[in-house]
Design a protein around this ligand. Structure first.
Ligand SMILES: C[S@@+](CC[C@H](N)C(=O)[O-])C[C@H]1O[C@@H](n2cnc3c(N)ncnc32)[C@H](O)[C@@H]1O
Ligand code: SF4
Length: 430
């Protein structure tokens, strides 16, 4: 059934039967021409190191090693230099450092990489960065703020010790509350906390208690994700769960509705499919522009007609840059219909979009391409349309995103799984 829905959505929205990534590396001329098509660009930097590997985690990560991390910092500086030359002073309007765990490199190259980022790019935005609760001592928080990071995200995941144990998280609820308290008191512009729900054996009462405690902790933003089981992770392999069964989806909907109720009452508003931000605070988020370059191992770059992915292994990434090569492993040319579908995907994720934004990007009315779908979604109560802006309702945000996930979780799982198994694959077909 899922396979059928995937094929149907892919064909209807993109006109394609499959998505084929090849090992072609874009030339500098291609990249220069692609970058010239955008007014502003986002920069994503991936730090693939972690102190330990969590059994549910789909991201590209490996155990931290000091020597490799130092070489990695050097390679990232070099990659930044390659792009700086192509960008030629174009404003960078969104900057995100994610992982893995960026704070593993706090004392071994992170300040260096951020320093280079500021030197070579025309940074016109705050830096948003992910961190781990075990790395948030008072001294480390000072070091993070000293690098100019204004928005910090903390992977809290759960506020019950038994769930932390199931997830193999290396701290207790009391440790994590202290760490979040220190970060909140430190005066960042935005402190985001990631939690997961739909955990094995988790009850609705526990979800309610978690939401209330997050409010009491004073965090600026809560990103509450349902736990997804990716087949290439240990938990995905052993749990054999169906990510998208109706029973599971209804349970997730109930749990997310609890977050909505508690967080709205406490003065937060929805800022994306899974995030709630306190009113008046600029939201913490990964990418806010339609085009971005991804630096580091597994960094993905999304330009107008092109998506490409760096190799996943840190050592191979370092070697490629030592040989003055771009570390790109896989490339996908984006047809016009794929670009439109991609645009809509991200706007649904953000839960809002405007007719003007679509017209500016694609030079025609959104109703021409998607009018029938938009009318249907309005009738179902999933979407409000005031003639200019579209805003997803709470249920629309959940169910549309659940539909997107049927495609994206499977594709991300396959693409990332294949990229980990083989660091320089010939091709990957989704
Ligand atoms: C890169 S991690 C956060 C930073 C740091 N590595 C840590 O774990 O504390 C990004 C976030 O993705 C979420 N995440 C990871 N695996 C997930 C999964 N299988 N399903 C849903 N969310 C997941 C978690 O909430 C996690 O905090
Ligand atoms: S969840 Fe965070 S700490 Fe755990 S393996 Fe993934 S990136 Fe690393």
């Amino acid at each position: 059934m899922e396979q059928f829905i995937r094929q149907f959505l892919l064909k209807r929205l993109t006109g394609e039967r499959e998505i084929r990534f090849t090992k072609a590396v874009p030339s500098r001329e291609t990249l220069r021409a692609e970058l010239a098509k955008t007014d502003a660009i986002g920069v994503y930097l991936h730090v693939p190191f972690c102190a330990q590997i969590c059994p549910y985690c789909p991201y590209n990560k490996e155990i931290y090693q000091g020597g490799l991390a130092a070489a990695y910092a050097g390679a990232v500086r070099k990659e930044m230099g390659l792009y700086a030359e192509l960008l030629d002073g174009k404003p960078v309007s969104s900057c995100y450092i994610g992982g893995g765990t960026p704070t593993t490199m706090l004392h071994s190259g992170l300040p260096d990489m951020i320093g280079q980022l500021r030197r070579v790019f025309n940074l016109q935005c705050d830096i948003h960065m992910e961190s781990h609760p075990n790395h948030l001592s008072a001294a480390n928080l000072d070091a993070i703020a000293a690098m100019g990071v204004r928005c910090l995200s903390i992977g809290v995941e759960a506020l019950f010790d038994r769930h932390l144990e199931t997830l193999h998280r290396p701290y207790t609820v009391s440790n994590v509350k202290e760490a979040v308290g220190r970060a909140v008191a430190h005066g960042f512009d935005c402190v985001n906390v990631d939690v997961m729900f739909g955990l094995p054996g988790q009850t609705l009462e526990e979800v309610g208690q978690t939401a209330h405690e997050l409010v009491a902790m004073g965090v600026d933003q809560v990103a509450a994700y349902p736990i997804f089981l990716f087949p290439h992770t240990p938990m995905g392999r052993t749990e054999h769960a169906d990510n998208h069964s109706i029973r599971l989806s209804l349970k997730r909907r109930k749990m997310l509705a609890i977050f909505e109720e508690v967080l709205y009452a406490a003065g937060y508003e929805r800022s994306s499919a899974w995030a709630f931000t306190r009113k008046g605070v600029a939201r913490y988020c990964s990418v806010t522009v339609p085009a971005y370059i991804g630096l580091g191992a597994s960094g993905g770059s999304y330009l107008r007609d092109l998506f490409y992915l760096n190799t996943f292994g840190a050592a191979g990434y370092v070697k490629a840059l030592e040989e003055d090569r771009l570390p790109v492993a896989l490339t996908l040319d984006l047809s016009e219909r794929m670009q439109r579908a991609g645009w809509l995907y991200w706007r649904i994720y953000e839960t809002r979009f405007s007719r003007t934004a679509y017209r500016e990007r694609f030079g025609e009315d959104i109703d021409r391409a998607y009018g029938g779908y938009l009318r249907l979604l309005r009738l179902m109560g999933f979407l409000k349309d005031d003639g200019e802006k579209f805003v997803l309702s709470d249920s629309g945000s959940f169910w549309l995103h659940a539909c997107e996930d049927i495609v994206s979780i499977d594709y991300i799982g396959k693409l990332w799984g294949a990229s980990r198994r083989e660091l320089w694959p010939e091709e990957v077909v989704l």
